[in-house]
Design a protein around this ligand. Structure first.
Ligand code: NAD
Length: 250
Protein backbone atom coordinates (compact mmCIF):
# COMPACT_ATOMS: atom_id res chain seq x y z
CA UNK A 1 0.00 0.00 0.00
CA UNK A 2 1.14 3.58 -0.74
CA UNK A 3 2.53 5.62 2.13
CA UNK A 4 -0.18 7.53 3.93
CA UNK A 5 -2.87 5.03 2.90
CA UNK A 6 -4.70 3.26 5.72
CA UNK A 7 -2.97 0.00 6.63
CA UNK A 8 -4.26 -3.27 5.16
CA UNK A 9 -4.85 -5.90 7.80
CA UNK A 10 -5.69 -9.58 7.44
CA UNK A 11 -7.35 -11.30 10.38
CA UNK A 12 -7.91 -15.05 10.28
CA UNK A 13 -10.69 -16.59 12.34
CA UNK A 14 -12.53 -13.27 12.26
CA UNK A 15 -16.12 -14.57 12.31
CA UNK A 16 -16.34 -14.47 16.08
CA UNK A 17 -14.46 -14.25 19.36
CA UNK A 18 -11.07 -12.59 19.61
CA UNK A 19 -10.61 -12.41 15.82
CA UNK A 20 -13.88 -10.54 15.43
CA UNK A 21 -12.83 -8.07 18.15
CA UNK A 22 -9.51 -7.52 16.36
CA UNK A 23 -11.24 -6.87 13.01
CA UNK A 24 -13.66 -4.45 14.73
CA UNK A 25 -10.88 -2.51 16.46
CA UNK A 26 -8.91 -2.10 13.23
CA UNK A 27 -12.11 -1.02 11.46
CA UNK A 28 -12.84 1.61 14.13
CA UNK A 29 -9.31 2.94 13.73
CA UNK A 30 -9.61 3.34 9.97
CA UNK A 31 -7.70 0.34 8.62
CA UNK A 32 -8.73 -1.71 5.59
CA UNK A 33 -9.51 -5.16 6.92
CA UNK A 34 -9.84 -8.53 5.24
CA UNK A 35 -11.72 -10.90 7.55
CA UNK A 36 -11.15 -14.60 6.89
CA UNK A 37 -12.97 -17.59 8.34
CA UNK A 38 -14.33 -21.05 7.48
CA UNK A 39 -17.77 -19.49 7.16
CA UNK A 40 -18.26 -15.99 5.75
CA UNK A 41 -17.64 -13.55 8.65
CA UNK A 42 -20.51 -11.15 9.38
CA UNK A 43 -20.24 -7.83 7.52
CA UNK A 44 -18.16 -5.06 9.03
CA UNK A 45 -18.78 -1.55 7.68
CA UNK A 46 -17.77 -2.02 4.04
CA UNK A 47 -14.80 -4.23 4.85
CA UNK A 48 -13.80 -7.24 2.76
CA UNK A 49 -14.53 -10.71 4.06
CA UNK A 50 -13.92 -14.14 2.60
CA UNK A 51 -14.49 -17.75 3.35
CA UNK A 52 -11.23 -19.74 3.38
CA UNK A 53 -9.67 -22.65 5.22
CA UNK A 54 -6.15 -21.53 6.16
CA UNK A 55 -5.03 -25.16 6.42
CA UNK A 56 -5.50 -25.77 2.66
CA UNK A 57 -3.37 -24.49 -0.21
CA UNK A 58 -6.51 -23.37 -2.07
CA UNK A 59 -7.71 -21.43 1.00
CA UNK A 60 -4.37 -19.67 1.31
CA UNK A 61 -4.38 -18.88 -2.43
CA UNK A 62 -7.82 -17.33 -2.07
CA UNK A 63 -6.52 -15.16 0.78
CA UNK A 64 -3.53 -14.20 -1.36
CA UNK A 65 -5.78 -13.10 -4.25
CA UNK A 66 -7.97 -11.02 -1.92
CA UNK A 67 -4.86 -9.48 -0.34
CA UNK A 68 -3.55 -8.50 -3.75
CA UNK A 69 -6.85 -6.82 -4.58
CA UNK A 70 -6.61 -4.98 -1.26
CA UNK A 71 -3.23 -3.61 -2.38
CA UNK A 72 -0.97 -5.62 -0.08
CA UNK A 73 -0.70 -6.55 3.58
CA UNK A 74 0.72 -4.38 6.39
CA UNK A 75 -0.44 -6.51 9.31
CA UNK A 76 -1.16 -10.23 9.28
CA UNK A 77 -2.95 -11.50 12.38
CA UNK A 78 -2.76 -15.30 12.63
CA UNK A 79 -5.67 -15.80 15.02
CA UNK A 80 -7.72 -18.77 13.73
CA UNK A 81 -7.37 -21.95 15.73
CA UNK A 82 -8.88 -25.40 16.07
CA UNK A 83 -9.67 -26.10 19.70
CA UNK A 84 -11.73 -29.27 19.27
CA UNK A 85 -9.24 -32.10 19.88
CA UNK A 86 -9.38 -32.55 23.63
CA UNK A 87 -7.76 -35.44 25.42
CA UNK A 88 -4.65 -36.46 27.26
CA UNK A 89 -1.43 -37.60 25.61
CA UNK A 90 -2.78 -41.16 25.88
CA UNK A 91 -6.19 -40.35 24.45
CA UNK A 92 -5.95 -37.67 21.77
CA UNK A 93 -6.81 -39.08 18.35
CA UNK A 94 -4.21 -38.96 15.61
CA UNK A 95 -6.72 -37.14 13.47
CA UNK A 96 -7.43 -34.50 16.10
CA UNK A 97 -3.73 -34.07 16.73
CA UNK A 98 -3.04 -33.61 13.02
CA UNK A 99 -5.89 -31.12 12.54
CA UNK A 100 -4.77 -29.09 15.58
CA UNK A 101 -1.17 -28.87 14.45
CA UNK A 102 -2.21 -28.15 10.87
CA UNK A 103 -4.51 -25.20 11.70
CA UNK A 104 -2.74 -23.74 14.75
CA UNK A 105 0.91 -24.17 13.81
CA UNK A 106 1.51 -25.09 10.18
CA UNK A 107 -1.09 -22.75 8.66
CA UNK A 108 0.38 -19.58 10.25
CA UNK A 109 3.75 -20.53 8.74
CA UNK A 110 2.37 -21.32 5.28
CA UNK A 111 0.00 -18.34 5.18
CA UNK A 112 2.81 -15.98 6.11
CA UNK A 113 4.91 -17.51 3.32
CA UNK A 114 2.05 -17.17 0.85
CA UNK A 115 1.69 -13.45 1.63
CA UNK A 116 5.32 -12.44 2.11
CA UNK A 117 5.70 -10.88 -1.35
CA UNK A 118 2.71 -8.64 -0.59
CA UNK A 119 4.16 -7.40 2.70
CA UNK A 120 6.27 -4.26 2.37
CA UNK A 121 9.19 -3.33 4.60
CA UNK A 122 7.72 -2.25 7.96
CA UNK A 123 4.95 -4.88 7.95
CA UNK A 124 4.18 -6.99 10.98
CA UNK A 125 2.83 -10.41 11.85
CA UNK A 126 0.98 -10.97 15.11
CA UNK A 127 0.36 -14.56 16.14
CA UNK A 128 -2.37 -15.33 18.66
CA UNK A 129 -0.84 -18.00 20.90
CA UNK A 130 -2.09 -18.79 24.42
CA UNK A 131 -0.97 -19.15 28.02
CA UNK A 132 -1.26 -22.82 27.05
CA UNK A 133 1.72 -22.28 24.76
CA UNK A 134 3.76 -21.28 27.81
CA UNK A 135 2.48 -23.89 30.24
CA UNK A 136 0.36 -27.00 29.78
CA UNK A 137 -3.09 -28.01 30.90
CA UNK A 138 -4.16 -31.58 31.64
CA UNK A 139 -6.10 -33.38 28.90
CA UNK A 140 -5.34 -30.83 26.19
CA UNK A 141 -2.14 -32.24 24.70
CA UNK A 142 -2.71 -31.29 21.05
CA UNK A 143 -3.66 -27.69 21.77
CA UNK A 144 -0.78 -27.28 24.25
CA UNK A 145 1.70 -28.62 21.70
CA UNK A 146 0.33 -26.46 18.89
CA UNK A 147 0.48 -23.25 20.92
CA UNK A 148 3.92 -24.09 22.34
CA UNK A 149 5.03 -24.60 18.75
CA UNK A 150 3.48 -21.29 17.70
CA UNK A 151 5.36 -19.50 20.49
CA UNK A 152 8.73 -20.69 19.21
CA UNK A 153 7.67 -20.35 15.57
CA UNK A 154 7.06 -16.68 16.40
CA UNK A 155 10.68 -16.36 17.49
CA UNK A 156 11.94 -18.20 14.40
CA UNK A 157 9.83 -15.96 12.16
CA UNK A 158 11.13 -12.87 13.94
CA UNK A 159 14.72 -13.91 13.23
CA UNK A 160 14.19 -15.05 9.65
CA UNK A 161 11.98 -12.14 8.57
CA UNK A 162 13.96 -9.35 10.23
CA UNK A 163 15.99 -8.89 7.03
CA UNK A 164 12.70 -8.38 5.17
CA UNK A 165 11.86 -5.53 7.54
CA UNK A 166 9.04 -7.59 9.04
CA UNK A 167 8.51 -7.81 12.80
CA UNK A 168 6.78 -10.83 14.30
CA UNK A 169 5.31 -10.99 17.80
CA UNK A 170 2.67 -12.99 19.64
CA UNK A 171 0.09 -12.53 22.36
CA UNK A 172 -0.60 -15.25 24.92
CA UNK A 173 -4.14 -14.68 26.20
CA UNK A 174 -5.53 -16.10 29.42
CA UNK A 175 -9.22 -17.09 29.58
CA UNK A 176 -11.19 -14.64 27.47
CA UNK A 177 -14.97 -14.21 27.52
CA UNK A 178 -15.54 -15.32 23.92
CA UNK A 179 -18.68 -17.11 22.74
CA UNK A 180 -16.81 -20.41 22.96
CA UNK A 181 -15.60 -19.93 26.54
CA UNK A 182 -18.97 -18.62 27.73
CA UNK A 183 -20.68 -21.60 26.07
CA UNK A 184 -18.29 -24.04 27.77
CA UNK A 185 -19.09 -22.43 31.12
CA UNK A 186 -22.84 -22.67 30.42
CA UNK A 187 -22.51 -26.32 29.38
CA UNK A 188 -20.69 -27.31 32.57
CA UNK A 189 -22.57 -29.03 35.39
CA UNK A 190 -22.16 -26.00 37.69
CA UNK A 191 -21.82 -22.81 35.58
CA UNK A 192 -21.51 -20.43 38.53
CA UNK A 193 -18.61 -22.29 40.09
CA UNK A 194 -17.01 -23.07 36.75
CA UNK A 195 -16.98 -19.37 35.93
CA UNK A 196 -15.45 -18.59 39.33
CA UNK A 197 -12.79 -21.25 38.76
CA UNK A 198 -11.88 -19.65 35.44
CA UNK A 199 -11.81 -16.20 37.02
CA UNK A 200 -9.60 -17.36 39.88
CA UNK A 201 -6.89 -18.50 37.47
CA UNK A 202 -6.11 -14.81 36.98
CA UNK A 203 -4.62 -12.40 39.55
CA UNK A 204 -7.26 -9.90 38.43
CA UNK A 205 -9.95 -12.48 39.32
CA UNK A 206 -11.95 -12.05 36.13
CA UNK A 207 -12.05 -13.20 32.53
CA UNK A 208 -10.48 -10.98 29.89
CA UNK A 209 -12.59 -9.28 27.23
CA UNK A 210 -11.88 -10.02 23.54
CA UNK A 211 -11.21 -6.31 23.06
CA UNK A 212 -8.48 -6.36 25.71
CA UNK A 213 -6.59 -8.86 23.55
CA UNK A 214 -7.35 -6.87 20.40
CA UNK A 215 -5.77 -3.75 21.91
CA UNK A 216 -2.46 -5.52 22.48
CA UNK A 217 -2.57 -7.09 19.01
CA UNK A 218 -3.14 -3.59 17.60
CA UNK A 219 -0.12 -2.26 19.50
CA UNK A 220 2.13 -5.12 18.33
CA UNK A 221 0.95 -4.59 14.77
CA UNK A 222 1.67 -0.87 14.84
CA UNK A 223 4.83 1.27 14.76
CA UNK A 224 4.27 1.99 18.46
CA UNK A 225 6.02 -1.35 19.05
CA UNK A 226 8.81 -0.66 16.52
CA UNK A 227 11.63 -2.15 18.67
CA UNK A 228 9.73 -5.35 19.50
CA UNK A 229 10.16 -8.55 17.55
CA UNK A 230 10.09 -12.16 18.70
CA UNK A 231 8.24 -11.12 21.87
CA UNK A 232 5.52 -13.21 23.45
CA UNK A 233 3.23 -10.90 25.39
CA UNK A 234 0.92 -12.44 28.00
CA UNK A 235 -2.54 -10.85 28.05
CA UNK A 236 -3.64 -12.91 30.97
CA UNK A 237 -4.66 -10.79 33.95
CA UNK A 238 -1.59 -12.01 35.80
CA UNK A 239 -2.17 -15.74 35.34
CA UNK A 240 1.44 -16.45 34.40
CA UNK A 241 2.84 -14.03 36.99
CA UNK A 242 2.50 -16.85 39.49
CA UNK A 243 3.79 -20.40 39.53
CA UNK A 244 0.65 -21.34 41.46
CA UNK A 245 -2.61 -20.33 39.77
CA UNK A 246 -2.17 -16.56 40.15
CA UNK A 247 -1.42 -16.89 43.86
CA UNK A 248 -4.85 -18.22 44.79
CA UNK A 249 -4.63 -18.96 48.51
CA UNK A 250 -4.04 -22.66 49.16
P1 NAD B 1 -13.09 -19.24 18.40
O1 NAD B 1 -13.03 -20.72 18.31
O2 NAD B 1 -14.26 -18.60 19.03
O3 NAD B 1 -12.88 -18.61 16.97
C1 NAD B 1 -11.88 -19.08 16.13
C2 NAD B 1 -12.33 -18.84 14.71
O4 NAD B 1 -11.35 -19.44 13.85
C3 NAD B 1 -13.68 -19.51 14.41
O5 NAD B 1 -14.57 -18.57 13.87
C4 NAD B 1 -13.30 -20.61 13.43
O6 NAD B 1 -14.29 -20.86 12.45
C5 NAD B 1 -12.03 -20.05 12.80
N1 NAD B 1 -11.23 -21.12 12.21
C6 NAD B 1 -10.93 -22.33 12.76
N2 NAD B 1 -10.23 -23.06 11.90
C7 NAD B 1 -10.07 -22.32 10.78
C8 NAD B 1 -9.45 -22.56 9.53
N3 NAD B 1 -8.86 -23.73 9.26
N4 NAD B 1 -9.47 -21.58 8.59
C9 NAD B 1 -10.08 -20.39 8.86
N5 NAD B 1 -10.70 -20.11 10.02
C10 NAD B 1 -10.69 -21.07 10.97
O7 NAD B 1 -11.72 -18.83 19.11
P2 NAD B 1 -11.39 -17.63 20.14
O8 NAD B 1 -11.71 -18.13 21.50
O9 NAD B 1 -11.89 -16.35 19.66
O10 NAD B 1 -9.81 -17.67 20.02
C11 NAD B 1 -9.11 -16.97 19.02
C12 NAD B 1 -7.65 -17.27 19.18
O11 NAD B 1 -7.24 -16.97 20.50
C13 NAD B 1 -7.27 -18.72 18.95
O12 NAD B 1 -5.99 -18.79 18.37
C14 NAD B 1 -7.23 -19.28 20.34
O13 NAD B 1 -6.42 -20.42 20.43
C15 NAD B 1 -6.67 -18.11 21.10
N6 NAD B 1 -6.97 -18.09 22.52
C16 NAD B 1 -8.26 -17.99 22.97
C17 NAD B 1 -8.49 -17.95 24.33
C18 NAD B 1 -9.89 -17.81 24.90
O14 NAD B 1 -10.04 -17.83 26.14
N7 NAD B 1 -10.92 -17.65 24.10
C19 NAD B 1 -7.43 -18.03 25.24
C20 NAD B 1 -6.13 -18.14 24.74
C21 NAD B 1 -5.92 -18.16 23.38
Amino acid sequence: PETGAPPCVIVTGAARGIGRAIAELYTERGARVLSVDLTLPPPLRGQRRIRADISTASGRERIGRAARELGGVNVLVNNAAFQGAHGSVLEVSERGWARTLSVNLTAPLLLTRALIDLMPHGSTVVNVASVQGLFAEQNNAAYNASKGGLVNLTRAMALDLASHGIRVNAVAPGAISTEGVLQAIQDSSDPVNTRRDYEDLHALRRLGAPREVAQVVYFLGSDESSFMTGAIVPVDGGMTASFMMAGRPV
